[in-house]
Design a binder for this molecule. Structure first.
Ligand SMILES: [Zn+2]
Length: 243
């Protein structure tokens, strides 16, 4: 199928050893494993084969909880991702630590990460939650490391944040948009809902990505069942189909 637009649409899939890959036939996925211990226990050769034989296209990987503060472990993980899933675009979470420390360690390991041909697309988080070295999307713009980029998560921002402005400002480093909606209010926050169901107005950002021919990935990052992800994947893919 021919897509004029360069954007790739996909959705998040958590890998398990018994994954039923058949439901992902003909789709694009950001494969992921949240827990590093579980990640290193899985048989990635087997899982990647299952996905491939069912026609699921892994377009990036979500490898959240290992940061550059544990460089050897991180690099071991990246090597596995590269080897079995054939993707070099990896979303990771900034862990606790200082910006400066992260910068030094990224510099020290740049050659090895470049050898693997990997981009670490760091994900933004709201500052109040934790002591991550990066919270705002702006932070990554000041990180000079050529092996880093941004995964912008629309659920990880305060209610009144201007998502369109964030996306415009981050454009040069923006590799992935984690798209989902949220209901945010007094004492209750529900994140990672279907992109049309919540209090965030995502339309301006989506229109912008469409009209400016975004060359990265839009990944539906949902806490829903797989059927809902598949439904919205089809919907969004049709929307971004040219012209
Ligand atoms: Zn996310």
């Amino acid at each position: 199928m021919n897509y004029h637009r360069m954007v790739e649409i996909g959705f998040n899939v958590t890998l398990t050893k018994d994954i039923d890959a058949s439901i992902y036939n003909g789709t694009n996925i950001q494969a992921g494993v949240y827990n590093p211990r579980v990640f290193f226990e899985l048989d990635h050769k087997d899982i990647a084969n299952k996905l491939r034989s069912e026609g699921a296209n892994v377009i990036s990987f979500h490898f959240p909880e290992l940061d550059i503060f544990e460089p050897e472990k991180l690099l071991r993980g990246l090597e596995i991702i590269r080897k079995h899933y054939k993707t070099g675009l990896v979303t990771i979470h900034p862990n606790a630590g200082s910006y400066l420390e992260a910068r030094v360690l990224l510099e020290k390991n740049t050659d090895r990460i470049q050898e693997l041909d990997v981009i670490l697309a760091y994900e933004n988080f709201e500052r109040k939650r934790n002591k991550r070295w990066m919270s705002c999307a702006d932070t990554i713009s000041t990180m000079p490391s050529p092996v880093t980029g941004l995964t912008y998560d629309t659920s990880h921002v305060p209610l009144n944040r201007d998502i369109l402005a964030d996306i415009q400002n981050a454009a040069p480093r923006l590799r992935i948009v984690h798209l989902s909606n949220a209901t945010k209010g007094e004492g209750c926050t529900q994140n990672h809902k279907p992109y049309e169901e919540g209090s965030l107005d995502l339309e301006p950002a989506l229109k912008h990505l469409y009209h400016h021919d975004f060359k990265g990935q839009i990944i539906l990052d949902y806490n829903t069942d797989e059927a809902t992800k598949l439904r919205d994947f089809e919907k969004l893919r049709n929307r971004f189909r040219a012209p």
